[in-house]
Design a protein. Structure first.
Ligand SMILES: Nc1ncnc2c1ncn2[C@@H]1O[C@H](COP(=O)(O)OP(=O)(O)OP(=O)(O)O)[C@@H](O)[C@H]1O
Length: 361
C-alpha cells in the first residue's frame, strides 16, 4: 500500500525506527512529545519541498547521527511492478545538503512529485484563514505542486527574480534598465505560469468541493484573488510602467507574491476567518480531502493528518473515516489515544510511539 517498510535514522527523536506492515489507514498513537509528528514529517520529505514543518535539515537531524539523518520507504506504485525505493537524508560530509534517491540513484527533491502525491494537515494550520496571506499562498502552492510538480520550479524562479529586482530597487545606485528588463521578463514568464497554476488548482478544487455534500463538513467557497493580471504580457508591461513607484517603495508592489486566497463558508457567506474554530477545522479538512482526491489520480496518494480526529465531533469524525476509506489514498493519522479512532481500529495498522520508538500494536 503506497508507502511501507519505512525507516528513520537519527531523525529528530527517532534513533532507528522501522515501520512495516502499513495499510491504507495507519495510526500512530502516543503521548505528547512521543515522536508521532516526527514520523509524519519524515514521510512528508518524500515529497518536494521542506516537509510539513518547513524545518531546516540541521533541525531535523537527531543527536544520534553525527549531524545527519536518513529516511527511506518502499513505494508501491499500484501498477503491479516492483516497489520503488525512496530515500532522503542529509550528511554533513556531503556538504549538509538534502540528498534524495529513487532506487539508489540520486535525483532532485522536485522529481519526487512524479512518484507520489503528498498532502497534509497539521494543527499548525488551524489558524490558516486568519494567518498571513503568505501562509495561504504557500498552502495553495503546496497543493498545486502535488498536482503539477513543475509549479515548484515556477515558484522558485519567480521568487529568485523578484528578490533580485527588489535588491536593485533598494540599491543606492540607479538600477540598470537592461538588467531590470531581463528580470521582469523572467518574472513575467514564471509569474504568469505560477498564477495560472494557482487559478487551475482553485478551479478544480472548487468543482470537486461542489460535487460533495455540504454536511457534515462545512463547505468552503474558494476564490483566487490575484494581485493583477495573470497574463505574461500584461504583467510585463505593468512592472515596466511601475518602476518609478516600485523604486520609491524600494520593492515590487504588485505580482503573484501579493496574490490572496479568499475563503468563505458557503451557505453562510461568512469569511472563513470569522467562523468558529471547529468550522474552520472542518473547512480545512474538506479542502485537504478534496485536494487529496484530485492529486491521487494516476499516482499513489499519501495523506498525513496530524491530530485531526480529536478536534472533530463524533459525527464529523465518522464522516471523515468514511471519506478516507473511499479516497483510495493512503492515510497516516496521529492521536494521543486510540479512543477517537475506534471505528477504524480493526482495519488500520496501528503503532504505539513512545520516546522515539514505534511498536506495532
Ligand atoms: N532534532 C531533534 N533531535 C532529537 N529530538 C528532537 C529533535 N527535534 C525534536 N525532538 C524531540 O521530538 C519530540 C517531539 O516529537 P513530536 O513532535 O513528533 O511529538 P508528538 O508525538 O507528535 O507529540 P504531540 O502529541 O505533542 O504533538 C520532542 O520530545 C522533541 O524534543
Amino acid at each position: 500500500m503506497a508507502l511501507d517498510h519505512i525507516t528513520l535514522a537519527s531523525f529528530r527523536n527517532h534513533a532507528a525506527t522501522r515501520l512495516d506492515g502499513a495499510r491504507q489507514l495507519n495510526l500512530l498513537v502516543g503521548e505528547n512529545g512521543a515522536g508521532k509528528t516526527n514520523v509524519l514529517e519524515a514521510l512528508s520529505l518524500f515529497a518536494p519541498g521542506r516537509g510539513l514543518r518547513r524545518a531546516s535539515l540541521t533541525e531535523v537531524a537527531g543527536q544520534s547521527g553525527q549531524g545527519g539523518f536518513g529516511a527511506s520507504a518502499l513505494l508501491d506504485t499500484g501498477d503491479g511492478g516492483e516497489p520503488v525505493k525512496l530515500g532522503t537524508g542529509m550528511s554533513p560530509e556531503r556538504s549538509g545538503r538534502r540528498i534524495v534517491q529513487v532506487n539508489g540513484a540520486e535525483t532532485s527533491a522536485i522529481s519526487l512529485g512524479e512518484w507520489l502525491a503528498m498532502g497534509w494537515l497539521t494543527p499548525a494550520m488551524d489558524r490558516l484563514f486568519a494567518d498571513t496571506a503568505t501562509a495561504r499562498r504557500r498552502f495553495v502552492d503546496r497543493m498545486a505542486v502535488a498536482i503539477e510538480p513543475g509549479h515548484a520550479r515556477h515558484a522558485s524562479r519567480y521568487e529568485a527574480a523578484l528578490r533580485e529586482r527588489n535588491r536593485l530597487l533598494s540599491d543606492e545606485m540607479e538600477p540598470d534598465p537592461a538588467w531590470l528588463d531581463s528580470l521582469e521578463a523572467q518574472m513575467a514568464s514564471h509569474g504568469s505560469a505560477l498564477a495560472q497554476g494557482r487559478a487551475r488548482l482553485l478551479g478544480s478544487l472548487t468543482t470537486r468541493l461542489e460535487e460533495l455534500p455540504d454536511a457534515p463538513f462545512a463547505r468552503p467557497a474558494l476564490a483566487y484573488l490575484p494581485s493583477g493580471s495573470i497574463e505574461e504580457e500584461v504583467m510585463l508591461s505593468q512592472w515596466r510602467s511601475e518602476r518609478g513607484r516600485d523604486r520609491a517603495a524600494q520593492r515590487t508592489l504588485s505580482g503573484p507574491h501579493r496574490d490572496e486566497l479568499g475563503v468563505t463558508m458557503a451557505g453562510k457567506d461568512m469569511p472563513a476567518s470569522e467562523c468558529s474554530t471547529g468550522e474552520q477545522k472542518a473547512m480545512l479538512v474538506a479542502i485537504t480531502l478534496a485536494h487529496a482526491e484530485l492529486a491521487a489520480r494516476g499516482r499513489p496518494g499519501v495523506l498525513l493528518l496530524d491530530e485531526v480526529a480529536a478536534h472533530l465531533d463524533p459525527i464529523r469524525r465518522e464522516a471523515l473515516f468514511d471519506r478516507l476509506r473511499d479516497s483510495g489514498t493512503q492515510v497516516w493519522l496521529t492521536g494521543t489515544e486510540p479512543a477517537p479512532f475506534e471505528a477504524i481500529l480493526g482495519e488500520a495498522a496501528v503503532w504505539r510511539v513512545a520516546d522515539g520508538v514505534a511498536e506495532p500494536v
